[in-house]
Ligand binder design. Sequence first.
Ligand SMILES: [Ca+2]
Ligand SMILES: [Ca+2]
Length: 274
Amino acid sequence: MRSSQTSVSFGFLMLALAFLFAPVASAQNVPFPNPVPGGGACPNSFGMSIADVTVQPGEIFELVVSVDNPNPIVDFVWGINSPSPASCQFLATETGAGIAAYSAANGSLPPGTCDLFTNPAEVFGFMVFVNGPYQSSIYGTEMFRVTCVAGMTPGEVALPWMVEGNGAGYACGEAIVTIADPTPALTEVMRGDVNLDTSCNLTDAINLLDYLYVGNFDTTCPDACDVDDSGSVNLADAVNLLSGLFGGGFMLEDRCMPDATSDPLAECIGSPCP
Ligand SMILES: [Ca+2]
Ligand SMILES: [Ca+2]
């Protein structure tokens, strides 16, 4: 029976060396090394996955690297690239719950053969399980957590990753980071609360008529004056406001609501609504 150490593959060592010397020159747009001998098509058979995430511009977030493999894992090398660190940059990498459980059960991971390296454009790691193979069914599937920071420009970033393990298994894939386009929350207004004091009453009707016909009252919230949500402020709003206040049949909402209607009125400034 081979020991776990003697089963460390030649391919693993070559790939590890390739990783070791490649990332220094990888400030941007790192070409990802194809782990398959001869550069053939890379399968996705190792059970490795990195879930896609949606984040806000500038958000610091984590990518969780999982390996769900029914077979004992003796050694592996893995890596993930960011083709555009301005869009998604790696900050730090730490072992996840699965490897932490393995370490607790088998002793610490040996430095030099079980290491993680992080730079803004690339993360890579080597693992050799000298005290016994790693089995995700025993120790858990969560291998690593990669802390990243998203860029400020909304869009999708594809982060290619790969793993080579046990000298014979390969997997490649992409983690998609979607940087959301933040849409501003709609300002809430109380239609009819012309003077923005959080209630609708006769004073608002007087202020609205003043605004329309006298000019002593001004408004920073046209939507509050647009009582009937018609998209314009005119006498009908004053009439409807009085009707709503004094039982004339107009249904005055009398509560804060977002202005979901597209209209040419200027954005409300100073609304007391939340
Ligand atoms: Ca009012
Ligand atoms: Ca109106």
